[in-house]
Design a protein around this ligand. Structure first.
Ligand code: BES
Ligand code: MN
Ligand code: MN
Length: 456
């Protein structure tokens, strides 16, 4: 096994500078005003890969472009497909950032910027490990394919289509993704399960314009009143979702899984303190880790309508709406849920108000079997990078395309997360711990060697 330590030590500064370059590009996929920046991020990634002498292609889609690259085939060794994303979430609320979101800033061992951990920093570890192999060994010990997209944060629709049409080109034995978290500081983890998601916008329309709430209130259905009632009907006091059939296909937690979760050193009080809440909440009968990792949930992401500015204004708003989502667990089908949800809400939409339910995106949950033949190779690589063996966890977030990899390519995903739960992903002051950036690169260097020796 080649020794990368000297090389990696030498390149620390340069790799961090490269990361900062990418972090300066405001590649917000959700907001079309930033589309040219998403493209710039794609070009930046493509350029990095071109320097590694890979065959690189910038792929145009109906939405944002994506980048595909491959190294030469290595007979007898498995093929690894690295997936990641260069798009980021919107940076708002801007006034809560200590340093501006697209001016990467080092503070107390972290790099602060939107996308630092999700996913630019994590994704880059695999490009840098390939660079380490090429520059020290002149070659990789296995074929690596890179598929890096710009629509992950908005549901991966273009990639979903591309995957179906390019199964041969993308053929691989295993998928490698770093877009999740460790179990805690200096506690590396391999994630074997992610939740899915079903995301909606509900729009309610009442009178043709806003009304005086004194003159008309009580005689006209208020869309904001109707909205709160309809949303409240989606979940009961026990945290059970009320949409008919919602739980029909849920894969229940097995007793072994519950034992494994319970055996993890999870500190509820510290978790509560970290979030600044005076109590935790969730579905009755489940622990916090079970609620976060393996049970479906309902959350309102945003709610709008009526007067929001300073002072009191008496008004009966003409419109009200909300964006909300369910997190799903394996075997739940977002399409089935959409149908049932539509009927359930229509039944509860009162006279005097009309509703529109927009199905924004959906993806099922996913599990990587713990006996996947590449799992132990990954565990060894993580241990070499971080000096500690990983624990096996699930996570509550979603990476929509992972199930497609399983279904379309027949390849399981190794979710090797280098982030932390307190990285402030999707929130102000996102950060990535720089030691973990470098340990991630080292782990990835070892991963190529370990995977190349795995025969199935
Ligand atoms: N990297 C996250 C997914 C994630 C978050 C995994 C936390 C594990 C823990 C990803 O970029 C993400 O944010 N996904 C979205 C998916 C959605 C927009 C379709 C999510 O989970 O909200
Ligand atoms: Mn991500
Ligand atoms: Mn994200």
């Amino acid at each position: 096994m080649p020794d990368f330590d000297v090389y990696l030590e030498d390149r620390r500064q340069q790799f961090e500078e490269d990361l900062c370059d990418l972090l300066r590009i405001p590649s917000v996929s959700a907001d079309r005003r930033f589309a040219p920046d998403v493209r710039r991020a794609a070009e930046w990634v493509a350029e990095q890969l071109r320097h590694l002498e890979l065959k690189v292609e910038l792929i145009e889609t109906a939405g944002h472009p994506m980048v595909y690259a491959e190294s030469p085939p290595v007979p007898g060794a498995p093929v690894a497909l690295v997936y990641g994303h260069f798009d980021v979430q919107p940076p708002d609320p801007l006034d809560q950032w200590i340093s501006p979101p697209f001016e990467p800033t080092r503070r107390d061992g972290n790099i602060y910027a939107r996308g630092a951990t999700d996913d630019k920093g994590q994704m880059l570890t695999h490009l840098k490990s390939v660079q380490a192999w090429i520059e020290t060994q002149g070659r990789l010990p296995l074929q690596v394919k890179f598929l890096i997209e710009g629509e992950e944060e908005v549901g991966s629709q273009s990639l979903h289509t591309f995957l179906k049409e390019n199964r041969e080109r993308l053929a691989c034995d295993v998928v490698v993704i770093s877009d999740t978290s460790m179990f805690g500081r200096d506690r590396p983890a391999i994630t074997y399960g992610l939740r899915g998601i079903a995301y909606y916008e509900l729009r309610l329309t009442g009178p043709k314009q806003d009304l005086h709430s004194g003159t008309f209130g009580g005689a006209v259905m208020n869309p904001a009143n109707a909205l709160t009632k309809m949303l409240a009907a989606l979940i009961d006091d026990q945290g059970r979702i009320q949409v008919p059939g919602f739980y029909d296909d849920v894969t229940p937690l097995t007793p072994q899984e519950r034992e494994q979760f319970a055996a993890l050193p999870f500190d509820e009080a510290a978790f509560q303190r970290q979030l600044g809440v005076n109590a935790l909440a969730g579905e009755a009968g489940y622990t916090t880790l079970e609620r976060r990792w393996a049970r479906p949930t309902f959350d309102i992401n945003g709610i709008f309508g009526g007067y929001q500015a300073e002072g009191a204004k008496t008004v009966l708003p003409a419109k009200a709406g909300a964006k909300f989502s369910f997190r799903l667990v394996p075997n739940q089908d977002p399409k089935k849920i959409s149908q049932s949800l539509q009927a359930y809400l229509e039944k509860r939409c009162p006279p005097g108000v009309t509703m529109e339910l927009i199905d924004m995106h959906g993806a099922p949950g996913v599990r990587t079997p713990l006996d996947c033949p590449y799992m132990s190779a990954a565990a060894r690589a993580v241990e070499r990078g971080f000096g500690q063996a990983p624990v096996f966890i699930c996570e509550g977030g979603s990476i929509p395309i992972v199930l497609d990899f399983q279904q379309q390519l027949g390849a399981d995903a190794l979710l090797l997360g280098w982030g932390l739960d307190d990285d402030n992903t999707h929130s102000p002051n996102e950060k990535f711990r720089l030691v973990d950036f470098h340990r991630g690169i080292k782990a990835s260097c070892h991963l190529w060697e370990e995977l190349s020796r795995t025969t199935v």
